[in-house]
Design a protein around this ligand. Structure first.
Ligand code: ADA
Length: 553
């Protein structure tokens, strides 16, 4: 299942989920591994870092123009079809497609060489305070494309004269060898739109923008997350040949002075940082467990989630759309020093990640903030230029959402004038034995002086570690008692400070970290233990503390 709803009624799509053959590089031993899945879930590959090849035989009954869809391969994929390389992709956290071309009926072989190794080839997947797993870790499928098809849709809702309107950008692609004349027909709720005839030269791309009012639609909000299907149909020579269905919501998100407005009303974001990581399954979390994570976060009273530190699985974002959970989604980067950002692959790998994130996720009403570059080198001139370029890229692709990044360069950051929202990570009571109240005032006064004046401020991370099951009446650090105490003190400050627009607890659940990079020394069990639940989602004492505090606002 690629999404929580069907995206096509006309286009033929076939899932590739299931058991694939797998061989690790340099080994002839064959395994049968599940897709989606991480190879680390198999006892022979618990900490395997390197390359492996997934292979699947597919019997195609009616041939045609074939394209493969991968929602996530960790972290680099080289895809071949019947032995011919057809495409490659870097980054575990963004979807990609691989055009195969004309394929006859019969049996064919799909091979995906997967690589989760570290090195200069990978500027973003590096030894880190989370784990880079290996595998085809999100759903995969194959689809048959007509000579002219719908590539993507960008839906941007807005209010005008008290009515909901939307601008709908449709990108169509020709792979025909001759000029074609097409027409687009769209339906949303009770409204339908038909474009004029469009002539598309052979092999070219065209973008058509439709804009109109939608009477009678209801707003999307956390209280009433009303969703609508936008069904776009492409006709050629009067015949319906392709379609694409997006699920959208009518809502606006705006920065107004130091406040964040959803549909014109002030909101306070309270939620969690959530890694895509689950005991035994790694980052290949099935829908059932995504839903139970959501149940737990909502049980604690959260209204928001930050997809730290990378774009998330679209099924999770679909759940956020359905549940009215507000999302800060960010590109893939965590804690990169300037020398990491000077990796020759860094700029392109970030730009690709941002483009793929926005192209594939822009229609989720739940996403209200785009983030970049968590705790990277924003205290340096060169780093600032990279931040600036990435904010510009996001704004050029989608100006309907504010941008931010989470800094830890306290008192040295020189990039806080660039984002719409200023966000900072602060561990008062854990890394520094300081009072959250006093430290918070210092931070806010500094932020105001260096570019944050008049902007919303979000505490993007706060929290403390606790080993699940470790109770100690001394309430010493690493005990569940102390984690609950520290979270309580911090939430009391941040939820009552009029200068703070939101707070995200670090973190929802414990997650695995790499042994490489020295993380083992401060991460007992080779896990980041700051979850309010552990990696099996067993609640720590802090669970009830958060539940008590989040209910207060
Ligand atoms: C940083 C970082 C997180 C995590 C956290 C911690 O703020 O953004 O990914 O590493 O610190 O647990 O210390």
């Amino acid at each position: 299942m690629l999404r929580l709803f069907e995206q096509h009624r006309i286009r033929r799509v076939c899932s590739l989920d299931g058991m694939w053959n797998f061989k690790a590089e340099g080994s002839e031993k064959s395994y049968s591994l599940p897709v989606p899945g991480c190879w680390e879930q198999h006892p022979d590959f618990l900490s395997y870092r390197g390359k492996g090849t997934y292979t699947k035989q597919v019997d195609i009954v009616n041939g045609g123009n074939l394209r493969l869809i991968f929602k996530g391969v960790s972290h680099t994929a080289h895809v071949s079809f019947d032995g011919e390389e057809k495409g490659m992709h870097y980054n575990a956290f963004t979807p990609f497609t691989v055009p195969v071309g004309k394929v006859e009926s019969g049996s064919h072989t799909i091979c995906v060489e997967v690589d989760n190794s570290f090195g200069e080839h990978s500027a973003l997947h590096i030894p880190n305070d989370y784990y880079t797993y290996g595998g085809i870790t999100r759903p995969a499928a194959m689809e048959w494309l007509p000579d002219v098809y719908i590539e993507k849709i960008q839906f941007v809702p807005f209010q005008r004269d008290g009515l909901w309107h939307a601008s709908i950008g449709v990108t169509v692609q020709s792979i025909s060898t001759k000029e074609e004349t097409i027409q687009l027909c769209a339906r949303l709720g009770e409204e339908s739109m038909v474009s004029g005839e469009i002539s598309l030269p052979a092999g070219k791309t065209a973008v058509l923008t439709m804009e109109r009012a939608f009477r009678g639609v209801k707003s999307w909000s956390p209280q009433d997350p009303c969703l609508y299907f936008l069904h776009m149909v492409l006709k050629r020579n009067g015949r319906e040949e392709d379609d694409l269905i997006e699920r959208v919501g009518f809502r606006t998100i705006q920065v107004s002075g130091t406040k964040l407005l959803l549909n014109g009303e002030e909101i306070f974001l309270k939620g969690f940082n959530r890694h895509e990581d689950y005991a035994l399954l790694g980052c290949a979390i099935p829908l059932q467990l995504m839903a139970s994570d959501m149940d737990l976060m909502q049980d604690m009273g959260a209204n928001a989630v930050r997809t730290c530190h990378y774009p998330n699985d679209e099924r999770f974002l679909d759940l956020c759309d359905e549940r009215g959970i507000l999302v800060w989604e960010e590109n893939h980067a965590r804690g990169l020093k300037l020398e990491d950002m000077q990796n020759p692959n860094f700029d392109k790998q970030c730009a690709d990640c941002i483009r793929e994130m926005i192209e594939s996720h822009c229609n989720h009403p739940s996403i209200v903030i785009w983030g970049i570059l968590n705790e990277c080198a924003s205290e340096t001139e060169e780093g600032r230029e990279k931040y600036k370029r990435q904010y510009e890229q996001i704004r050029s692709m989608d100006s309907s959402r504010p941008v931010t990044s989470a800094t830890c360069r306290h008192f040295t950051d020189i990039s806080l004038d660039l984002p719409d929202i200023v966000s900072f990570n602060m561990y008062s009571g854990w890394y520094q034995d300081v009072s959250a109240e006093g430290r918070n005032r210092q931070e806010i006064e500094w932020i105001r002086r260096v570019g944050g004046e008049g902007k919303p401020i979000i505490v993007s991370e706060m929290g403390a570690a606790a080993i699940y099951g470790y109770r100690d009446r001394s309430r010493c650090k690493w005990s569940e008692e102390r984690q609950a105490d520290i979270i309580r003190e911090n939430l009391d400050v941040y939820m009552n400070d009029p200068d703070i627009t939101g707070v995200f607890i670090w973190q929802f659940a414990d997650c695995r970290v790499t042994e490489e990079g020295g993380w083992f020394s401060t991460r007992a069990r080779c896990h980041n233990n700051k979850g309010v639940v552990d990696e099996y989602r067993r609640p720590k004492m802090a669970y009830d503390t958060v539940k008590e505090w989040f209910q207060k606002k």
